[in-house]
Design a binder for this molecule. Structure first.
Ligand SMILES: NC(=O)c1ccc[n+]([C@@H]2O[C@H](COP(=O)([O-])OP(=O)(O)OC[C@H]3O[C@@H](n4cnc5c(N)ncnc54)[C@H](O)[C@@H]3O)[C@@H](O)[C@H]2O)c1
Ligand SMILES: [Zn+2]
Ligand SMILES: [Zn+2]
Length: 374
């Protein structure tokens, strides 16, 4: 059984998001349908539009940050009820695969088909169709939709007292940035930290660095508005290039360099990675969170510097956070005033304005745009 709903899709890449009416399946076993309340506009959905991250199915329904209310629960699907408030996790966590069992549920094996957008166990089975043609769901959840049906592996129940608009950012941007500092960079009290790229992810990396006790938190972004916002999230120093930030970091560390540099730039290339590696001290850490052309190989890094200075280059997915533990934890931190979410939302959009919202992202006018549904 299916019903119709409106969703924002890409028909090709490069392409622009457009709203269409699709057929959406009622939930099957271990699935729920969610009436969306809000969806965050992360840069990764723009990578799908530009083709930097090619997806496996067109049309492709976008959106991987979002929160809403359960409107239907599949048969034999325990733990969920109609009316539950939920946040999606952009990464599914099955709890049973080897990586979930290792405590690395951000690397759950179900993630293998995220960019196909089909049901996990069957690449030919789709929950959405447009004029009879299968529609891929971004990360299996496609949150730029009035209603969406998804696997329970992607759904986290949250306290009903939490505002859903703010909670939507817990699907990706907040844990990804916060965890990049706390889990991946392992920031320690007194550290000097550079965060390069102050968007939805970088703003949360700043919050993580504050939380972990860094003394010097250096924000880098070429856009002045971003640096002004960085101050609200706890940055102490502000530069428009990584090189300038490096010079400052050395000046406060006896010439050594930053303890950690976190790269949260919107479109990352190898040059950024090389600049970040040159910015850190002996045995310091570069965390690479940002993405660019995912088929691009190579960064002009000095191999001897990497080895002889014992530097660490750490990729980071979802801030190495664990969706089922960290999404509720971060929600609690917001509720007691330890984490800023309200300040992350710089503009609200309707579902029909997704393409315009990404134009604004390119123009550098938002920290996070959010689609708010009726
Ligand atoms: N690893 C993960 O799990 C994960 C999760 C979500 C997003 N991402 C990626 O993280 C990146 C950031 O996402 P976002 O939503 O915050 O994007 P965003 O567009 O909101 O922010 C990116 C920022 O980078 C700045 N920037 C551009 N060039 C720069 C440079 N040379 N130096 C410093 N800053 C520069 C831009 O001005 C912008 O403020 C994207 O590539 C996104 O795809 C990764
Ligand atoms: Zn994201
Ligand atoms: Zn798993």
């Amino acid at each position: 059984m299916s019903f119709t709903t409106r969703t924002s899709v890409l028909r090709q890449a490069p392409g622009r998001y457009e709203t269409v009416t699709v057929e959406l399946d009622e939930p099957r076993r271990n699935e729920v349908t969610v009436k969306m309340v809000a969806a965050g506009l992360c840069h990764s959905d723009d990578h799908a539009a530009t083709g930097d991250i090619p997806v496996g199915t067109y049309p492709f329904a976008g959106g991987h940050e979002g929160a809403g209310v359960i409107s239907a629960v599949g048969p034999d699907t325990p733990d969920f009820e109609v009316g539950d408030h939920v946040v999606f996790s952009f990464l599914p966590a099955c709890g049973r695969c080897e990586f979930c069992a290792r405590g690395l549920s951000n690397l759950c094996d179900l993630g293998a088909t995220l960019l196909v957008g089909s049901r996990w166990n069957d690449p030919t089975s789709f929950r959405m169709h447009l004029d009879g043609v299968p529609v891929g769901q971004q990360c299996g959840i496609s949150t730029f939709s009035e209603y969406t049906t998804a696997s329970v592996a992607s759904v986290i129940k949250i306290d009903k007292s939490l505002p859903l608009k703010q909670a939507a950012l817990l699907s990706c941007g907040v844990p990804t940035g916060w965890g990049a500092a706390v889990n991946s960079a392992r920031v320690r009290p007194g550290d000097t930290v550079i965060v390069a790229g102050i968007g939805g992810i970088g703003a949360n990396a700043l919050q993580g660095a504050v939380h972990a006790g860094a003394s010097h938190i250096i924000a880098v972004d070429p856009v002045d508005f971003k640096l002004a916002k960085a101050k609200e999230f706890g940055a102490t120093h502000f530069y428009s290039t990584i090189e300038e930030a490096t010079e400052f970091a050395r000046s406060v560390t006896n010439g050594q360099g930053a303890d950690a540099t976190i790269v949260t730039i919107g479109v990352v290339d190898g040059e950024h990675v090389a600049q970040a590696l040159a910015s850190i001290r002996k045995a310091g850490t570069v965390v690479l969170t940002g993405l660019g052309d995912i088929s691009a190989a190579g960064a002009p890094i000095l191999l001897g510097d990497l080895t002889l200075m014992q530097k660490r280059l750490q990729g980071s997915l979802f801030g190495e956070a664990n969706p089922r533990r960290d999404i509720p934890n971060l929600a609690r931190m917001y509720q007691v005033g330890q984490l800023k979410l309200d300040e992350l939302i710089t503009r609200e959009y309707t579902l029909d304005q997704v393409a315009e919202a990404y134009d604004d992202m390119h123009a550098g006018t938002n920290i996070r745009g959010v689609v708010v549904f009726d």
